[in-house]
Design a protein around this ligand. Structure first.
Ligand SMILES: [Fe+2]
Length: 123
């Protein structure tokens, strides 16, 4: 990207988050858009019953979906009721309408997965 990299957040999960497919760009928006790279590192071998990482190849080419692109219920100062669920519904519909196929990742310990700003994934 030709820019210095600044690590700014870490999340640790003991088990899978059970979160639906999403793009991190709605949670961690950069200005200008497109300067987020998310990494996911396995701290132990992952099996299918661990709540493994899943992703939809090709979704990194989707446009940015922000709160103005779906019925978020947000105002300038408040987050609408069920705004995140509505966002995930929007993403689920896009994935279904455009025929993206779900892939599951079962990484071994210390394996890293990278997600681009609009990649749809969860785990
Ligand atoms: Fe995420």
């Amino acid at each position: 990207m030709g820019k210095p990299v600044i690590p700014f957040q870490a999340l640790n999960f003991v088990q899978g988050s059970e979160q639906r497919a999403h793009s991190d760009s709605i949670h961690m928006t950069t200005e200008p858009p497109g300067y987020l790279v998310a990494t996911w590192t396995a701290l132990e071998d992952c099996t299918a019953d661990c709540g493994p990482l899943f992703y939809y190849p090709g979704t990194h080419r989707l446009p940015y979906i922000m709160s103005g692109d779906y019925d978020s219920g947000n105002t300038r100062f408040t987050i609408g009721n069920n705004s995140n669920r509505r966002y995930e519904d929007k993403i689920e519909n896009l994935i279904r309408e455009q025929g993206f196929e779900k892939n599951c990742c079962l990484p071994n310990v210390a394996m890293c997965c990278f997600g681009m700003p609009t990649s749809c994934m969860a785990g």
